[in-house]
Write a protein that binds this ligand. Sequence first.
Ligand code: FES
Length: 98
Amino acid sequence: MADVTITNTSTGAKATCPAGSNFREVAQAQDLDVAFGCESGICSTCLIQIKSGQANIAPKTEQEEFTLDARGVAPDDMNTRLGCQCQINGDVEFEPGM
Ligand code: FES
């Protein structure tokens, strides 16, 4: 699979990984400056705002939808995601937080 680039636009940190990688695993291995807690889609510590490449992230899991709903995120909001739940299939730019 082709490599893709994940960019933290708030710090300029970049990571390269194979398409299909888990955002959390890449962010932790390559220091993208994202905080994680439960790592299973429950605590929402890993909230990120997608600045570009929304279509390059796999659809929300049921767990992600549940947790985002509890935080008041609209179901059709494709910019707010849980980093620990995202599969990255193409280039993405993001900022940590809500
Ligand atoms: S680290 Fe808890 S929801 Fe992602």
